[in-house]
Write a protein that binds this ligand. Structure first.
Ligand SMILES: C[S@@+](CC[C@H](N)C(=O)[O-])C[C@H]1O[C@@H](n2cnc3c(N)ncnc32)[C@H](O)[C@@H]1O
Length: 275
């Protein structure tokens, strides 16, 4: 078991190793999301909460200039290092807080936020800032997810629904180090409208992993399973928790990741509003 599989996840969904693995297993889906933005080469794009710059590099395959910002200096260093020499003049990575951006009004043709607004205690403030720095008739695009659209086979369905229900009522998840709203996709349209955006569009992307899984898919899912195990101990009955442990524990002989009929499906959402 690698270190990343053993990590306690509270507050770690912004960790560079995790983000990189996450990106690797969903790369094709993410490429489709970027293709579907129908960007023009001369569009100036802002990558909001760019982290280690994984989406920035995809955006660079479509447009000439991208600006990325993040509140995490270490992630920005990784992002800067990951660029090819020839791309270095095409990108600016800035330290920035989405609540108080330093860019002028009406700067970007498109502002793109992948899984960042859902980590904010005050997402509306962030969305309003993204709108402010977007040009008139430009687009604000938010890519996010919602726990409730995930399906895993084979977990006892009653147990799975209880897990999802209990996690939802404890949402948003607030720990010492982090905040995450796991049902953000459901409410983001309403927030974007409240921020004054118009002509809302939603595109959903079905992400499925089916047995036999690659090692990266297994590592990625094991981290998610560990997280479910950590969180569910406090609300599942002992026998329910033991059932979940049998299915999810990496040391368990019955870990479902090795099942020939294993199936994981989730849905991610790309939501666009026009300024
Ligand atoms: C889940 S990560 C997503 C990173 C990247 N967009 C990706 O999908 O690979 C969330 C990112 O938001 C950044 N972040 C959190 N709060 C922020 C804030 N107030 N202003 C700017 N960035 C923030 C974190 O540092 C982290 O890089």
């Amino acid at each position: 078991m690698s270190n990343i599989e053993r990590k306690d996840l509270s507050g770690a969904y912004c960790d560079t190793d995790w983000l990189t693995l996450h990106h690797k297993v969903k790369k094709e889906n993410r490429q489709q999301m970027i293709d579907d933005l129908n960007l023009s080469e001369d569009d100036l794009v802002l990558d909001s909460g760019c982290g280690p710059g994984l989406w920035t590099k995809m955006l660079l395959t479509k447009v000439f200039n991208v600006v990325g910002f993040d509140i995490n200096q270490d992630a920005l260093k990784v992002a800067q290092k990951s660029l090819n020499f020839k791309d270095q003049d095409r990108v600016n990575f800035d330290f920035g807080n989405i609540g108080h951006l330093t860019y002028s009004n009406d700067t970007f043709d498109l502002t793109f936020d992948a899984n960042t607004c859902m980590y904010l205690a005050e997402p509306l403030k962030g969305i309003k800032e993204l709108k402010r720095v977007t040009k008139k008739e430009g687009r604000v695009v938010i890519k996010c997810m919602d726990y409730s659209s995930t399906v895993i086979w084979s977990i006892n369905q009653k147990l799975w629904l209880k897990l999802m229900y209990e996690l939802s009522i404890r949402n948003p998840e607030v720990t010492k180090n982090s905040y995450i709203d796991c049902v953000f996709a459901s409410k983001v349209i309403s927030l974007m409208l409240e921020a004054g955006l118009k002509d809302m569009k939603v595109k959903s992307y079905d992400i499925s992993f089916i047995a036999p899984l690659t090692q990266d898919q297994k590592s990625y899912l094991q981290i998610i399973f560990n997280n479910y195990l950590n969180k569910s101990k406090e609300f599942l009955l002992v026998n329910e928790y033991e059932k979940l442990k049998l299915a999810f524990d990496p040391e368990s002989k019955s870990n479902i990741l090795n099942n020939p009929d294993f199936y994981y499906r989730t849905v991610e959402y790309v939501i666009t509003g026009v300024k």
